[in-house]
Every structure is written in structure tokens, then in C-alpha cells.
Design a binder for this molecule. Structure first.
Ligand code: SAH
Length: 224
């Protein structure tokens, strides 16, 4: 599904071995309970080392978060897989992603829906992710620099919303911009006490479930 861009100098060596190490990572995710074949297939095909600095590339297939600069991290592969699997309990066509970061999660979402709108508050990360996904041939993502927790009224309603930064509560604006039948997957909490929350908007109101304890970087206000 994805091909490593051949013009990325310095990554060639890792590119050769990454398919094998990626397979090992995918097997680990399966053992940890990820059972969406579609999600596993995309994660198998998408090189993760091109999303991190070259010095960290050899650690890209470990199941850990890694620094991506600006005090931010690329999410742990298990969490990316889990959130994607939970979001796509049914087909979703228009998804809002909050916290583009390096764009890894974005690249996992893109093949699963018609359009992803991905918002990042740090301009450097926003630009780098946009260029990286362009290089990967991804064309169905709209990248925005802004505060994602305000939602994006121009593109609403969304049938899926996923956030990669933890918020003290589920912002009202996001619920408003969710279509009936839509689902939000996001970490909610403060400090160490965070859990992955799923909100479904139904004809009769909102349904909330807590999936598991998680650890995300905080939602920040303003632009960086
Ligand atoms: N899925 C991304 C996660 C990056 S970490 C990846 O794997 O790279 C979370 C990201 O959320 C950071 O890049 C951070 O800058 C961003 N973020 C934090 N608060 C935000 C806000 N209010 N609006 C948009 N992005 C935000």
C-alpha cells in the first residue's frame, strides 16, 4: 500500500530491513489484541522510520513513543492501532484528526476514509507532516495549522474525530461538529490520570465508554 520514498537519502539501509522489523511489530500488535486486519495491513505497509529523525530511525519499530521535536512525540504504535480500530468500528468517510504531529497516525487514517482533515498547532510539525505525506503519495488529507479542539466548522459535520493530545473534558464544539452516528475517540483526563474515551452520537443522545488507561501529551492552547 505504501512505498518508502526512494529519494530519501540515508534511509535506504533501514528501508531494506524495515519490512522485517515491521512484520515483528505487527505480530506484537496482534498479540496485544489488535484484530482489525485492515489496520494491521496498513501498519505493515507504512514505514515508521521516515516519520522520525534519522538518529532515531533504528528505534522506529519498537512499540514506544519517540520524540519528534518541539517537545512532542510520535504516538506508540499500539495506541495508534487501537484508536484507529476503535474509530473504524464501522466505515467513516470524513475524519477530523487533532494533533497531526509527524503525520504517522494521519497516514494510517488516510487509506481508511475519503477525507481526513488534520489540525496541528505547531507550524513546523504541520508543514513537515504535510510534505512527508505528499512524498508518500497521500492526497486525501487537508492539513490545517490551528487549534484543533475548536473543530473546523468549514468541514463539519464529521463522522469520526480522533485527538492525539489529552484534554480535561470532551469539548462541546467537537460534539456539535459530530454527525449523528459519528464517533469521537480521544484521551480525557489530567496529568497521569488519563483514559481513552469513546463518544457515540446517537438519535437518543451521547453514549460514553472508557477503553483503557493511556498517557498522552497535553492539549495546548494558542499556536506554536
Ligand atoms: N499522532 C501524532 C501525535 C503527536 S503528539 C504523531 O504520532 O505524531 C500530539 C500532537 O498534538 C502534538 O503535535 C501537539 O503539538 C498537538 N496539539 C496539542 N494541542 C493541540 C491543539 N490544541 N490543537 C492542535 N494540535 C494540538
Amino acid at each position: 500500500m505504501y512505498q518508502v520514498p526512494s529519494h530519501k537519502p540515508g534511509f535506504a539501509g533501514i528501508g531494506m530491513t524495515s519490512e522485517r522489523t515491521r512484520r515483528r511489530l505487527v505480530e506484537l500488535l496482534r498479540d496485544m489484541g489488535i484484530n482489525s486486519e485492515k489496520v494491521l495491513q496498513i501498519m505493515q505497509s507504512l514505514p515508521r522510520h521516515i516519520f522520525v529523525e534519522e538518529a532515531l530511525a533504528s528505534r522506529a519499530y519498537e512499540n514506544t513513543a519517540l520524540p519528534i521535536g518541539q517537545g512532542q512525540t510520535i504516538s506508540q504504535p499500539y495506541i495508534v492501532a487501537l484508536m484507529t480500530q476503535v474509530l473504524f468500528d464501522q466505515p467513516r468517510s470524513k475524519v477530523l484528526e487533532i494533533g497531526t504531529g509527524c503525520g504517522y497516525q494521519t497516514a494510517i487514517l488516510a487509506p481508511l476514509c475519503e477525507q481526513v482533515i488534520s489540525v496541528e498547532r505547531i507550524v513546523k510539525l504541520h508543514r513537515e507532516a504535510r510534505d512527508r505525506l505528499y512524498d508518500l503519495g497521500v492526497r486525501n488529507v487537508v492539513f490545517r495549522h490551528g487549534d484543533g479542539f475548536d473543530g473546523l466548522a468549514d468541514f463539519a459535520p464529521f463522522d469520526g474525530i480522533l485527538a492525539a493530545a489529552v484534554s480535561a473534558d470532551v469539548p462541546e464544539e467537537l460534539v456539535t461538529q459530530l454527525s449523528v452516528g459519528g464517533r469521537i475517540v480521544m484521551p480525557v483526563g489530567r496529568g497521569e490520570k488519563q483514559s481513552l474515551v469513546v463518544i457515540d452520537k446517537t438519535e437518543s443522545g451521547l453514549k460514553k465508554q472508557e477503553i483503557e488507561a493511556v498517557r498522552f501529551v497535553p492539549r495546548l492552547a494558542g499556536l506554536g
